[in-house]
Design a protein around this ligand. Structure first.
Ligand code: NAP
Ligand code: GDD
Length: 322
């Protein structure tokens, strides 16, 4: 019988890549999506005839219990979250409900229905926040700097707690930033690549950004979903840092993106205070040695190739008018 996996957050960037990855390996894929007034299947439109899509919500434990009872997955990947850091400052309680307590609701539903289900929690480098050491490993102390980071830290520890309390195969992937042409337009990489393409096509003249000195360890989303799967194939559950080990400032992101369309970024980027955060994470750089040694995982696509790929995808999409 084909293995069966449930993905929460299947309509998001990572959900779409993970669904592709699991389908290619012969899985039956169940996608949990929340009810919305318009369809949000844009990223999985090419897959919908091969997926089982079930409405449920991380805010509603009984909806997840029913889903688990009806579909009986062997693996659950919890990717659903309010995932935008800036929004977490404006909506801290909603972020806590979904991104923190939502994890407990799902773990508890698994405990009630079938504790042998293997569980993946989408933890985040944002938990390191005001970093205590560089680079960050699985042993680095956490110091979150946003309501989102605090919520993710709760999700991380409740995953560890259910593992230790109930012997569940529950793993936490501490993923550093990962991007793709399917990245949401509000995140800085896609904001820059999309606007560079739009400026090149004469659709606008400039783009407004916040902190150009912030540094991130940026990888390619399709590489990172592979690591999620590898964690659930191990005999023992664990926590793993997934990163490239290299960091770049937002300024360099701008240089590469505008270079790809033959423009000078300094002629088009405007700094605007509204995009600065009340508290910032200045220097994220991950050490993925444990994942390399134990999972055999390594990133395939480097930062510059990733940004050039995203600009090309945005140019092509804008030319097509989508
Ligand atoms: P994303 O594109 O923002 O996707 C988030 C998903 O969560 C969407 O499918 C969204 O559904 C869903 N969702 C939100 N609230 C929900 C609720 N109450 N019930 C059910 N589903 C809900 O995020 P992503 O970039 O794919 O990231 C995937 C996960 O990894 C997130 O948990 C994120 O916090 C975490 N993470 C991401 C990164 C990164 O760099 N991408 C790094 C570390 C950790 P709608 O489509 O309906 O909004
Ligand atoms: N979004 C955004 N917009 N960020 C900007 C801008 C802007 O106009 N200008 C500068 N930045 C800076 C932010 O201040 C931040 O330091 C950095 O660019 C990256 O911002 P985002 O792309 O919004 O990502 P993030 O690092 O805050 O969060 C992402 O990565 C986390 C992992 O570290 C999200 O995907 C989170 O869900 C994820 O956990």
């Amino acid at each position: 019988m084909a293995p069966k996996a449930l993905i929460t957050g299947i309509t998001g960037q990572d959900g779409s890549y993970l669904a592709e990855f699991l389908l290619a390996r012969g899985y039956d894929v169940i996608g949990l999506h929340r009810r919305t007034s318009t369809v949000t299947f844009e990223r999985i439109a090419h897959l919908t005839d091969r997926l089982t899509l079930v409405p449920a919500d991380l805010m509603d434990e009984s909806s997840m219990i029913r889903l688990l009872r009806d579909h009986r997955p062997g693996e659950v990947y919890n990717l659903a979250a309010q995932s935008f850091v800036q929004t977490s400052f404006a909506q801290p309680l909603l972020t806590g409900e979904v991104t923190a307590l939502g994890v407990t609701r799902l773990l508890d539903a698994i405990l009630l229905v079938d504790p042998s289900i293997r569980f993946y929690q989408a933890s985040s480098s944002e938990m390191f926040g005001k970093v205590v050491e560089v680079p960050q490993t699985e042993r680095t102390p956490f110091y979150p700097r946003s309501p989102y980071g605090v919520a993710k830290l709760y999700g991380h520890w409740i995953t560890v707690n259910y593992r230790e309390s109930y012997g569940m195969h529950a793993s936490s992937g501490i993923l550093f930033n990962h991007e793709s042409p399917r990245r949401g337009l509000e995140f800085v990489t896609r904001k820059v690549t999309f606007n560079a393409a739009a400026i090149k096509l004469g659709l606008q003249k400039s783009v407004s950004l916040g902190n150009l000195e912030a540094q991130r360890d940026w990888g390619f989303a399709a590489d990172y979903v592979h690591a999620m799967w590898l964690m659930l194939q191990q005999d023992e559950p664990g926590d793993y840092v997934i990163a490239t080990g290299q960091t770049h400032p937002v300024r360099e992101l701008c240089e590469i993106a505008f270079d790809q369309v033959g423009l000078d970024w300094e002629d088009h980027v405007v700094v605007d205070q509204q995009f600065f955060r009340p508290a910032e994470v200045d220097l994220l750089i991950g050490d993925p040695s444990k994942a390399t040694d134990q999972l055999g995982w390594k990133p395939e696509v480097g930062f510059e190739d990733l940004i050039r790929m995203m600009v090309d995808a945005d140019l092509a999409a804008l030319k097509k008018g989508s």
